[in-house]
Design a protein around this ligand. Sequence first.
Ligand code: CO8
Length: 257
Amino acid sequence: MTYQTIQVETNGKVGVIRLNRPQALNALNSELAGEVGEAIAAFEADAGIGCIVLTGSEKAFAAGADIKEMAGKDYMDAFFGNFAADWNAAARARKPVIAAVAGFALGGGCELAMQCDMIIAADNAKFGQPEIKLGIIPGIGGTQRLTRAIGKAKAMDMILTGRMMDATEAERSGLVARVVPLADLMNEAMKTANTIASMSLPSVMLAKEAVNRAFETTLAEGVLFESRVFHSLFATADQKEGMTAFVEKRAAKFENK
Ligand code: CO8
């Protein structure tokens, strides 16, 4: 598959998607959103892939939705066209997706990173939801996911003022899992992705589903869901292999079944 706005490669069991519109700081236009969706779908369908890494350039993960593309839209275009409703491929993915963020992650870029399961940030990363300065608000989950990630006080601060948050503040606030020097970003993201991809894929996918359930339900229902999933994993060959390998003091060799 040839893409115009992203670069895609496979590295062992890890699928890497790099946003690639350098002339616009990786601003998200509809072509890019479509291509990210196609690339994620292809990795989801590839049984050899256990984890996906989504990244940008050293200067920008993505500086938001493409303002030049959307500037001319009116309400009817946005409403009847259901603008950006399908820009959620990362959030819909069943395999884990890591966002490796360097530079600007603004507006839709910050939202895209938050759609991923985990953000690993370079020390030059800057996060923000500056939509308010354009007379709009976040449109692909920012008001909801940022609030869940960093709490109401900081989410209001970010979304109502449009200010940026640096990597240190983002880590302190719980938005990102780790901050590493810029030069180490891809190594760290790939190492983490390879670790995840070396596990039993069914248990990884179900662990992700169980964690995400925490955002959708009550504690009692979430714990019940976890319990059912936990029990179901005893039906897998990988559970036998994982526990036998521990007892035999060797590395487990999972076969995703
Ligand atoms: N859209 C279109 N083009 C952009 C965008 C963008 N979001 N961001 C940067 N560019 C372009 C600039 O226009 C410029 O192009 P040109 O050279 O042709 O003038 C080029 O990228 C480089 O940008 P700058 O010269 O501005 O670079 P600086 O280093 O001076 O500044 C900034 C970097 C601070 C990131 C600055 O470019 C900026 O403020 N960009 C806009 C950030 C922003 O407001 N983002 C939010 C957009 S709205 C949004 O994301 C809504 C999401 C709702 C859901 C929609 C689905 C995703």
